[in-house]
Design a protein. Sequence first.
Length: 238
Amino acid sequence: MARKEVLTISDLSNKKYEFINGARGMLPIAMSGILDALVFGLLARQAGLSVTETVLFSILVNAGSSQFAALGLFSQGIFGVPVLLSTFLLNARHILYGLSLGTAFRTIPTWKLMSVALLLNDETYALKSKYLEEGKKTSLTYFFGAGLLDSGIWIGSTFVGAIFGTFISHPERYGLDFAYTATFLGFLAVNLKSSFYIKVAVGSAVAACLGYALNGPSLSVILGTACAIVLGVLFHER
């Protein structure tokens, strides 16, 4: 009986260590997203969302790029199918993330995997892939620690940005009305590092302009997003 109790305490200690180790490994990556989350919170307030709605947005969706895309549509009065379709296309890569990691989780019950599924995003996928590539044993506790820290920082920073946004009645005075456009131009600029990215950017820009000419902003977002995904599949990064 005593031996069983020692093993139980040891198991709890190991899980605690794995949880903390996952959070520690995620910290540098998660910190880089603070500015994006602050901007998102601010832009959400500009788009007409309340502080509660803004925070719930980050809790329930937890996917930065699609959240920004949805805000862009909201600010133009676009709702419904265009928002759902564009965000689905942007988040479709998460399916590939799951497939990529799936082979390492074959022995894990589905209900346990569901507990960390919402915490899977670009940043946590990068950490998990590296962790598994190093030949380390699959650990849901490690992944849960990493995911919780990343999600907590994103949600907390979103809240701060949303609160800050409530004190700015005329954001255009400070150029903050351009923050959404500037954010995505920044995302684009840092990724134009090879002919692959330039081809995808130019192609999707042409498709977006065509969509705007045909049916305004909603079709522009859908065609631009779809074109970027198709070109990303057709071309290969070098």
